[in-house]
Every structure is written in structure tokens, then in C-alpha cells.
Design a protein around this ligand. Structure first.
Ligand SMILES: Cc1ncc(COP(=O)(O)O)c(C=O)c1O
Length: 374
């Protein structure tokens, strides 16, 4: 059987990982400034994480959501404590798109409306509503083009206000920091104004923190720099360090009814064990603080390098914009310097390293990048 060929692949097979490094099938070591697309939060093969999932797997991998799973409550308690959203409710699913799909569905149930405002260059995933709210016509199939979504430019509050004034919008969805869109940051003033506009019009404000959340920005969620509290927050990527899992945090004003949302796999025992281990490591190793400190250091050093047009980001979510396409730089970083990075559009390289990255490893990256740019 052939694989459905949708991914352009690098000719490399990664077979092992440790901390901030990965290793290919020939034993070559790579510095990982990509974290498998922002997924590796506590580092590859963290011993506490491995022990937790191994112990859980020996007891029980899965049972359905028809019986009590106290691991879900243990995870919720820990997440409430670490995120500052102890008063919110938690619903668990399996992927980022699924988190946004459920958030948008909940907003529509809650308001009885069905139009959504999303932001230019947004990426929210590939399921039906999530992809409709994604600003990329190439990945919207005819069956997904249902005219639910209007796009407004980032940081343009007037565009949002005039759409909300029409009275038919259930939700505004916005990324904490745009990832696929090229590390574009909503200003604090914009997020505060958005919160006020949503309050005024009874619209649900959804923060997609799938890439920017889970400590990556130097706060648990990127929107926490602005002081606002969204109605729904979506999370995935770093939540279980590679075990497929996602969740939505839901303001207490939303009332649950049986059957309103549901899933077979979401919140299963093994996923919860992985997610609990992740937050235990966050606390034990002060990973949010590390993301803030090493991120600040990296950005300061990157800004000193000639040949980069702009360095932008928060914490360990950093974009390097070049005047010309960055593909060759990225390929040389990988092939010659053995560094994994991510891309955004044509001219931007994205850095999304594990949150355990040290200053020494940041220096190692800087010198390898300089070697390519020299
Ligand atoms: C901001 C954001 N939202 C949603 C998604 C979709 O997540 P998934 O691929 O797990 O469905 C992504 C994935 O890159 C993302 O970056």
C-alpha cells in the first residue's frame, strides 16, 4: 500500500530524540529549533514523562468517556493552577483542529448564531469550521466553503466593530500569536478592544493558543500579556509533548448539557498521564520562565546579525524575516549545520524549540546560523 502523498519530505528519518536534540537513522545529531512543529514542550524523551506513560500503559491505556476517569480531573486541577484559569471548565479532544471545531460549535450553541469573524492570514486547522476560518483558499474544499466566516485584518479593530454591528456573529477567533501567518502578534490594545467589542455585542471571543500557548510565549498563554480573559481558549501542540491531545478551556458562563459535545478518544487515560507529566515538569523545571529568558536572549542575539530583515516574537516563538525566500537558508541549516527550523510562507523562518532549550544551545544555534549567512 502506498502512503497518500501530501507531505513534501526532507530525506531524513528521525529515530531518536533527547532534550533539545534529535538523531537520524545514520546517527547524525540535530539541534532541534522546531520542536516537531511546536509540539515538543518539555524536551524529547524526558525521563519523568517516559516513566509516567509507561506506568499508565501497564495499568490501562484506554477506557471510554462513559465511566469516571479521575486522571482527567487531576489534569484539570493542575492545568487550572499553572494556567491561571482555575475557574474555567475543561473539555478534552485529540487535535488542534478538533479543539477549534468544538470551540466554534460551542459559540454557536451558546449564541444561536452562525457567522464567525477570523483574522487575515489565520490558520486554525483542517476540519470543516476550522478550515473555513483559515485564510488559505487552497485548503478549503468546496464542501467547506459555507460562507460562515469573514476575515478582518489583524490589529484593525474598526473592521471587527463594523462586522459585529450586523448582529449575526457568534464568535471571533484569533491566534494568541499567528504561527503559520509568519509570527504576527496582536497588540495588547487590539486584544483589549476586541474583548470590549465582544462584550458589547454578546459575541464569544475564542483565543486559539494551539501554537502560542503552553508556555511558549513566556506566559502560559500569549494573550496573558494583554490581561484579557477570552471566553474560550483552545490548546494542543505542547499539551502532551507529542502524544496526540488537545483541549478547550471554557468560561463558567457556558452551561454543559449531556451530549452537547463528545468524543471517543478525547481525554483517554494515556493522554492524561502524558499531559499530567508535562505540567509536572513545567513546574519542577520552571519552563515558562526559561522560555521567557532564553527567548529574550535569542531575540537580542538574533537582532545583532546582519542579513535578517526583522526578528519578531515572544518567548520561544520567534520569526526571522528575510528580504528574499528563506528556503535555501533553512535547507543549509538542516543539511550543513544539522539544525531543524520551521518555515512560514516564503521569507520567514520560524523558531519553535522545546522549552527546555538552554542559553548554551541558543548560542550554538546562533553560531550555526551565522555560518550559513556568512
Ligand atoms: C494556531 C493553530 N491552530 C490550529 C492548528 C491545527 O492543529 P492540528 O494540526 O493539531 O489540527 C495549528 C497547527 O499548526 C495551529 O498552528
Amino acid at each position: 500500500m502506498k502512503l497518500f502523498d501530501v507531505y513534501p519530505l526532507f530525506d531524513i528519518e528521525i529515530v531518536k530524540g533527547k532534550g533539545c536534540y534529535t538523531y537520524d537513522s545514520n546517527g547524525t545529531e540535530y539541534l532541534d529549533l522546531y520542536g516537531g512543529h511546536a509540539v515538543i514542550s518539555i524536551g524529547h524523551s524526558h525521563p519523568h514523562y517516559l516513566k509516567s506513560i509507561q506506568e499508565q500503559a501497564e495499568k490501562l491505556v484506554f477506557y471510554s468517556n462513559s465511566v469516571i476517569n479521575s486522571l482527567q480531573q487531576k489534569f484539570a486541577n493542575l492545568l487550572g493552577e499553572v494556567s491561571g484559569y482555575d475557574d474555567y471548565q475543561l473539555f478534552l479532544i485529540n487535535s488542534g483542529a478538533e479543539a477549534n471545531e468544538n470551540a466554534l460549535k460551542l459559540a454557536s450553541f451558546h449564541t444561536g448564531k452562525k457567522r464567525v469573524l477570523a483574522i487575515g492570514k489565520a490558520f486554525h486547522g483542517r476540519t470543516s469550521l476550522a478550515v473555513e476560518a483559515t485564510d488559505n483558499p487552497k485548503i478549503i474544499a468546496p464542501i467547506n466553503a459555507n460562507n460562515h466566516v469573514t476575515f478582518c485584518p489583524l490589529n484593525d479593530i474598526d473592521a471587527i466593530s463594523s462586522e459585529l454591528a450586523k448582529g449575526d456573529v457568534c464568535a471571533v477567533i484569533i491566534e494568541g500569536i499567528q504561527g503559520v501567518g509568519g509570527i504576527q502578534i496582536p497588540t495588547n490594545e487590539y486584544l483589549q478592544a476586541l474583548r470590549a467589542e465582544c462584550d458589547k455585542s454578546d459575541t464569544v471571543l475564542i483565543l486559539d493558543e494551539i501554537q502560542s500557548g503552553y508556555g511558549r510565549s513566556g506566559k502560559f498563554f500569549a494573550h496573558q500579556y494583554s490581561g484579557i480573559r477570552p471566553d474560550i481558549i483552545t490548546m494542543a501542540k505542547g499539551i502532551a509533548n507529542g502524544f496526540p491531545m488537545s483541549g478547550i478551556l471554557i468560561n463558567p458562563k457556558f452551561k454543559a448539557t449531556y451530549g452537547m459535545l463528545g468524543t471517543t478518544f478525547g481525554g483517554n487515560h494515556l493522554a492524561c498521564a502524558a499531559a499530567i507529566a508535562v505540567l509536572e515538569v513545567f513546574k519542577a523545571e520552571n519552563l515558562i520562565e526559561n522560555a521567557r529568558n532564553v527567548g529574550e536572549y535569542l531575540m537580542t542575539e538574533l537582532k545583532k546579525i546582519d542579513g535578517i530583515k526583522e526578528v519578531r516574537g515572544e518567548g520561544l516563538m520567534i520569526g526571522l524575516e528575510f528580504d528574499t525566500p528563506a528556503k535555501e537558508i533553512r535547507t543549509r541549516l538542516l543539511k550543513e549545520q544539522h539544525v531543524f527550523t520551521g518555515a512560514s510562507g516564503t521569507n520567514v523562518i520560524r523558531l519553535l524549540p522545546p522549552l527546555v532549550i538552554t542559553k548554551q544551545q541558543a548560542d550554538e544555534f546562533i553560531s550555526r546560523l551565522k555560518a550559513v549567512l556568512a
